[in-house]
Design a protein around this ligand. Structure first.
Ligand SMILES: [Zn+2]
Length: 266
């Protein structure tokens, strides 16, 4: 057992208060303060019990033991004061820590409120740059009618049906599938009232069997413009649009041509 042996906390007289203080202060903060209070209470109880026991046994024991008992009693009183002091100090520390924590919470709360208050202003002063909306690209070609297809390009009754038929009702609009110039707008045998539009680059479209023509030859038309109204004029058994596509003067199947040019059809 050397002088610096800490395995016995109260092995000496002198350092009891210091050691107790050190023991009570050991460790961090928070709940350990409560633990130290219990340790302190336990230590005082242990010292008191030991002193009482020494006092009880001291009367019938040798002189040396009695002296020790007096010294122990002195030490107990001194230690109790010091423990009180330390507990007061710890209480003060706890109070300071609690105040610091409360201040930190208040500051955090204030900061949160401030940031909330700032948010709308920030949004106003620095609005998110909205992405430029992609302009809807104008389709190069559209369908001449929104009605369903009733007859396809091909041989029919021993001769070529050179167009695509749309099952319109009489009076339904017929649209130019693209910008161009009206090259024909009149009656033609077999076709009845017929409109032909020249789109340039050797491309022509024809719209037949109209009940009424709305454009004149030489007129420039825009894509989607009404050329005529559906009818059953010419060689026709009922109201419909007969639509033809001519490439460099040759009649082509309008359905694959329209599909190849991005026009969705039923
Ligand atoms: Zn037809």
């Amino acid at each position: 057992m050397g002088k610096h042996d800490d395995t016995s906390e109260f092995s000496g007289r002198e350092p009891i208060g210091r050691r107790l203080r050190a023991l009570l202060r050991r460790g961090g903060s928070g709940s350990e303060h409560h633990n130290r209070r219990f340790i302190a209470a336990g230590l005082i109880a242990a010292i008191a019990a030991g002193s009482v026991l020494a006092a009880l046994t001291g009367s019938s024991a040798a002189d040396g033991t009695a002296e020790r008992t007096d010294e122990d009693s002195m030490t107990l009183v001194q230690t109790s004061w010091e423990v009180d002091d330390v507990i007061d100090e710890i209480a003060a520390e706890q109070q300071a820590e609690a105040e610091a924590e409360q201040q930190a919470r208040d500051e955090a709360e204030e900061a949160a409120k401030q940031s909330e208050a700032d948010a709308p202003e920030a949004a106003e002063s620095e609005p998110e740059p909205e992405p430029e909306p992609e302009p809807e690209p104008e389709p190069e070609w559209i369908s001449p009618s929104d009605s369903g297809i009733t007859s396809y390009y091909g041989q029919r009754w021993g001769r070529l049906h050179a167009g695509l038929d749309f099952g319109n009702w009489t009076g339904d609009p017929i649209w130019a599938i693209g910008d161009g110039t009206v090259s024909y707008a009149s009656w033609m045998d077999g076709y009845g009232y017929l409109v032909v539009v020249d789109h340039g680059d050797g491309l022509q479209t024809a719209y037949a069997h109209a009940s009424e023509i709305l454009v004149t030859a030489g007129q420039e038309v825009a894509q989607g413009e009404e050329l005529s109204l559906t009818g059953s004029t010419g060689n026709s058994t009922g109201p419909h649009l007969h639509f033809e596509v001519r490439v460099d003067g040759e009649q082509v199947d309008p359905l694959p041509w329209l599909e190849e040019h991005g026009v969705p059809l039923e």
